[in-house]
Design a protein around this ligand. Structure first.
Ligand code: HEC
Ligand code: HEC
Length: 299
């Protein structure tokens, strides 16, 4: 428990006292207002005052009604003894909300674990066509991946879209599984200092020309620099490299953005996208199902 510790002795005694006073108070009230033989006013006769034309008659509560009240109070005593009710006493049944919750979770997990173990035996390509698996994968994705990749898996700036066929690290089920198990670290170095202002401008113009656009710099000069400083990672044709997670720069699909300003920022400052490791958070069977789900998104 956070904050005040309610199991402290005096608080505990105080709670028990208040509960007792309440229950015994109700009992006393019922007893005190009961019908007595020595009552001066007979049943059904006027109590002697009226208001707005309504006269109060002496009509005591019916017996069954009164008995219900007594039963409720007795029930309260039994209930508070069986379940945790008297201060921090555990209750003779030993019930706790936590243990009830744990039992239910365990039951559900047993059921799902068996299902996941079955799925784990089936190749991912095959799972990717199974509606039940897709629904399960969607749920897992919502809980573990959507905060970064979006609930529709279409990504965001710096977080790749997983529904297209443009892959940083490869889109086969095995490659996707490898990404989930071990995580990925993109490593685009900051090259502003090495290229100089003019050099960056030219390289940016060349990168823009790869998707049919022009920039302020000289694309021809930029191409030379590209072959020297970028091709090792992005490839001589600039179509990227799955081993390094270097993006294809020719398809006009951008992880960080494809405007002149953003490409300049990328080259000047570098980029280090990080996909977290999941093999210590999810079971192999769940990763199997998730990889099949992600694979299905681009099909
Ligand atoms: C904390 C944010 C974050 C979470 C959570 C996250 N990812 Fe990622 N993921 C990334 C980033 C960032 C990248 C890109 C890494 C890079 O730039 O090299 C990435 C890359 C990927 C890739 C590689 C895409 C490609 O083009 O090759 C896949 C597949 C992927 N994530 C799937 C998932 C799945 C499935 C989950 C949930 C189990 C998940 N991610 C959870 C941030 C996240
Ligand atoms: C050491 C390998 C390496 C070198 C050298 C390198 N890059 Fe990169 N580049 C990457 C990686 C990896 C990424 C992806 C970063 C990430 O996932 O966060 C990237 C990302 C980019 C992006 C962002 C693409 C997008 O979709 O938003 C651009 C643009 C880019 N590089 C251009 C260049 C240019 C131009 C050069 C040469 C001046 C260059 N890179 C040199 C590895 C490299």
């Amino acid at each position: 428990m956070t904050g005040i510790d309610f199991t402290q002795g005096w608080v505990n005694g105080w709670i028990i006292t208040i509960v007792l006073i309440n229950l015994l108070g109700c009992l006393w009230l019922l007893w005190w207002t009961r019908k007595r033989p020595e009552d001066p006013i007979k049943d059904g006769e006027s109590m002697g005052h009226s208001f707005d034309g309504i006269e109060e008659l002496n009509n005591p509560l019916p017996h069954w009604w009164l008995n219900l009240f007594y039963i409720t109070i007795i029930f309260a005593f039994i209930y508070l003894t069986l379940y945790p009710g008297w201060g921090d006493a555990k209750g003779v049944l030993g019930w706790t909300s936590v243990s009830q919750w744990e039992t239910e979770v365990e039951k559900a997990e047993n059921r799902y674990d068996r299902l996941f173990e079955e799925y784990a035996q089936i190749p991912m390509e095959q799972l990717a066509t199974n509606d039940e698996v897709i629904k399960t994968g969607q749920r897992l994705f919502g809980n573990n991946c959507a905060i970064c990749h979006g609930s529709d898996a279409r990504g965001n700036k710096g977080y790749p879209n997983l529904t297209d066929s443009d892959w940083l690290y490869g889109g086969s089920p095995e490659k996707i599984k490898e990404t989930l198990n071990n995580g990925r670290s993109g490593m685009m170095p900051a090259l502003g200092a090495a290229l100089g202002e003019e050099g960056v401008k030219n390289v940016v113009a060349y990168v823009l020309s790869l998707s049919g656009r022009t920039g302020a710099g000289n694309a021809e000069a930029g191409k030379e620099k590209f072959n020297m400083m970028c091709a090792a990672c992005h490839g001589p044709d600039a179509k990227g490299n799955h081993m390094l997670g270097a993006p294809n720069l020719t398809d006009n699909i951008w992880l960080y953005g494809g405007t002149e300003a953003i490409i300049t920022e990328t080259i000047n400052g570098g980029r280090q996208g990080k996909m977290p490791v999941f093999k210590d958070k999810l079971t192999p069977a769940k990763i199997h199902v998730l990889a099949a789900y992600v694979y299905s998104l681009s099909k």
